[in-house]
Ligand binder design. Structure first.
Ligand SMILES: Nc1nc2c(ncn2[C@@H]2O[C@H](COP(=O)(O)OP(=O)(O)OP(=O)(O)O)[C@@H](O)[C@H]2O)c(=O)[nH]1
Length: 355
């Protein structure tokens, strides 16, 4: 039974599971908070029973209380940011107190190197660097104070060693975090974009669609979706080759990107099909945009092939609509536009004011 409770405590709350980066940070925070609680409790016990230093033990118990508070805020209220700050500042204060308490004895300095080890993974690059620089400044200020008031043997050498260790230790962890974040951002970008056209891929389309659907429920707003399919694209591939087909797809994506807003979700839905999510856009506005897009495509001259046309299916999602039915209706509208001769748009059945 106690083993099961411990296992539950080690598990990261599932509410963070939707975002892998947030989940990793939550996992780290959970682990660090539990480790600090255990470490400080043992240290307090050690100081009471073996050393007989009740003042230090009391400070350590105060830190345990602060860390437990952070743990409670994190697990109960999903407060990641505040809990991380509470944990890092109380651990920092504890380390600084150790230096003061031992009046400059070199033993606590070894522990200082632990600080960047948990501050960087907890806070991320920017906030951690601020926290760490403040910490280094506090350590040096305390040491300078101690130089005048405590009997430190070889103070100049100790100051040099502390500064070097703090800067090198912090520097290495900063660089590690920096390269890790960079690599992660690159992987993230790759996982979101379509390699041929550089616009969003199907995964991002699905994510944005889910987000917009959730927003319509919360704010009672609507959004629109346009599906675009190039006409007779197979002929381009068959007569001019796949490289020309690829170039047309790239140019088509670029053209659409120049005619849409940054807040619109333009993605390659698959093959020669593209999707455009239009937040806060009514059926009439979406239809007008569909007409404008058709004209832009019609008038554009694509490299090698010249004139290209597309067919569009348009629909509006309203609060309470069903995702699959909505999508099916737009897909059907697109095929209606194809059947009726291509180079045109068609509205989904729910929005049929004009074809
Ligand atoms: N070059 C190239 N072709 C692709 C790519 N993805 C899909 N295709 C081709 O797109 C063509 C789509 O053909 P169809 O579904 O028959 O459509 P279509 O010829 O445009 O005909 P309609 O849509 O009815 O006007 C197929 O030949 C696919 O091989 C790609 O990434 N690059």
């Amino acid at each position: 039974m106690p083993l099961q409770s411990l296992k539950r405590l080690l598990e990261t709350p599932q509410r963070f599971a939707r975002d892998p980066l947030l989940f990793r940070r939550a996992q780290l925070l959970n682990f660090i908070l539990l480790t600090l609680t255990a470490l400080m409790s043992v240290a307090a016990l050690f100081n009471i029973v073996i050393i007989g230093d009740s003042r230090l033990a009391l400070i350590e118990l105060a830190m345990v209380v602060a860390i437990l508070l952070a743990l409670w805020r994190f697990r109960r209220h999903a407060n990641l940011h505040g809990s991380a700050w509470l944990a890092s500042s109380s651990a920092g204060a504890m380390l600084l107190y150790l230096i003061v308490h031992t009046e400059g004895d070199t033993n606590p300095y070894v522990l200082l190197l632990l600080y960047p080890l948990f501050v960087y993974p907890l806070h991320g690059l920017r906030a951690a660097t601020i926290a760490y620089l403040l910490f280094v400044a506090a350590v040096l200020a305390i040491f300078v104070y101690g130089w005048a008031h405590w009997s430190i043997s070889c103070p100049a050498q100790t100051l040099f060693n502390i500064t070097t260790a703090l800067l090198i230790g912090g520097g290495i962890i900063y660089y590690y975090e920096h390269t890790r974040e960079e690599a992660l951002n690159r992987v993230r970008t790759l996982s979101m974009t379509d390699p041929l056209t550089g616009i969003w891929n199907r995964t991002m389309f699905d994510e944005m669609l889910a987000r917009e659907i959730a927003k319509t429920g919360r704010h009672q707003r609507c959004f629109s979706l346009i599906l675009l399919d190039l006409d007779h694209f197979k002929q381009i591939n068959d007569t001019l080759g796949h490289d020309v087909g690829d170039a047309v797809l790239r140019e088509f994506a670029r053209l659409l990107a120049t005619r849409t807003r940054a807040s619109d979700g333009l993605s390659r839905w698959g093959g020669e099909e593209f999707a455009l999510i239009l937040p806060d856009t009514s059926c009439q506005q979406a239809e007008q945009l569909a007409r404008d897009l058709l004209e832009t495509i019609r008038e554009h001259r694509f490299p090698t092939v010249g004139r290209v046309t597309a067919s569009l299916g348009v629909g509006t999602f309203r609060p309470g609509s069903d995702r699959d039915a909505f999508f099916r209706a737009i897909d059907q509208a697109l095929y209606r536009a194809k059947r009726q001769g291509r180079d045109r748009h068609a509205m989904s059945d729910d929005d049929r004011t004009a074809d």
